[in-house]
Design a protein around this ligand. Structure first.
Ligand SMILES: NC(=O)c1ccc[n+]([C@@H]2O[C@H](COP(=O)([O-])OP(=O)(O)OC[C@H]3O[C@@H](n4cnc5c(N)ncnc54)[C@H](O)[C@@H]3O)[C@@H](O)[C@H]2O)c1
Length: 332
């Protein structure tokens, strides 16, 4: 199959390498708003470099992967879907929940599949933990803890176009909460702080946030995020149940030291960033997208799922700004 890839920054260049390696992808066409970047990423991989991103759509591709800046996502998704091209788009759907909802309304009734990229859904440990829960081995989950901690912040320009830490980073956890439990988020109470990275504060954003979520089935979830976790990239989830408890991400490369001198776990070099921590998940995710393109499976994470996560992020942002619990229905 022929796949078009739009956007070749941090994640786009990484996806380009993964896509060229997938046996089902015969040709990769790449484009970026910066043509020199497109050439420098695409040519060594043997990809076809398309000078104008918009030309990817008319190049007769079987599917499009959108990995450009967040603000570009709604227009690109809309254009691909209206052209009938199966579309993968990196999270989040948009910089604001309002735009995400408008896009969902605009595309209602279109049957072209859209797959929103939330790689934790494809992490082997997350999948195994969900299987434990679905099989009843955990009993009911009284508490879910979900963590995404980055070792270093993205650049200032990225922060300003991201929609804020809840929309850009915590959204991974908000999607995990929905995906793992099958419950919807009813209410959010969030707090935020900035201690070390001034340009994040200057952008009206927070460096570190915690959100407490009340879920429709009665589970409480605690979501923790930071841009300043120097020890490494910590992506982890705990399902604490009435019968048993399980963690995903509690492996030898966990970026956390035990202060107990008798404990040697975790023994490995800490995960550095999302590229190494989630490499296998990204590969599984893009493989799944090629199956969506081939028509052998439905989208594993629909536009609706992406919009619901955006709404939770909007509720969390409002809660942090106004220092009060916010019902997700309030921002719907
Ligand atoms: N799933 C994940 O874990 C994950 C990780 C990182 C980033 N992301 C998402 O991927 C997207 C990109 O993030 P990034 O870190 O690679 O950002 P980045 O700033 O490094 O790269 C963005 C690229 O998009 C290009 N671009 C901007 N407008 C364009 C347009 N109209 N057409 C074509 N190209 C355009 C820019 O030139 C740049 O090369 C963001 O939405 C981000 O949220 C997801």
């Amino acid at each position: 199959m022929r796949i078009g890839l739009v956007g070749l920054g941090r994640i786009g260049a990484f996806h380009a390498r993964t896509l060229t390696d997938l046996p089902s992808v015969d040709e990769l066409l790449v484009a970026d708003a910066l043509p020199d970047l497109a050439r420098s990423v695409g040519e060594p991989l043997g990809a076809t470099v398309v000078p104008e991103p918009v030309d990817i759509l008319s190049a007769g591709v079987d599917g499009v992967v959108i990995a450009s800046s967040t603000v570009t996502h709604p227009d690109l998704i809309r254009a691909c879907v209206k052209a009938g091209i199966p579309t993968f788009c990196e999270k989040p759907v948009s910089a604001s929940a309002k735009e995400a909802v408008a896009l969902r309304d605009d595309l209602a009734g279109c049957d072209t599949p859209v797959h929103i990229g939330f790689p934790r859904r494809f992490d082997a440990a997350y999948v195994a933990a969900k299987a434990d829960l679905d099989a009843g081995r955990l009993g009911y989950v009284h508490t879910l803890r979900s963590t995404t901690l980055d070792p270093a912040p993205p650049p200032e320009e990225y922060i300003r176009g991201s929609g804020g830490i809840f929309n850009d980073c915590a959204i991974h956890d908000f999607d995990s909460v929905r995906f793992m439990t099958g419950q919807e988020v009813v209410e959010v109470y969030a707090a935020g702080a900035t201690q070390g990275i001034d340009y994040i504060r200057d952008a009206g954003d927070a460096e570190t946030v915690t959100s407490i979520l009340t879920l429709s089935g009665g589970t409480l979830a605690v979501v923790s995020n930071s841009r300043a976790n120097g020890r490494g990239h910590d992506v982890r989830l705990e399902l604490l149940g009435s019968k048993d408890s399980v963690s995903a991400g509690l492996d030898d490369k966990l970026p956390l030291r035990s202060a107990d001198p008798t404990v040697t776990f975790p023994a490995g070099k800490p995960w550095h960033f999302f590229m190494d921590r989630l490499e296998n998940a990204f590969r599984a995710e893009l493989t799944a997208f090629t199956e969506v393109v081939a028509g052998t499976r439905p989208s594993p994470c629909t536009l609706h799922d992406g919009v619901e996560a955006s709404l939770v992020a909007a509720a969390a942002t409002l809660s942090w700004r106004e220092h009060r619990p916010v019902l997700v229905d309030e921002v719907r």
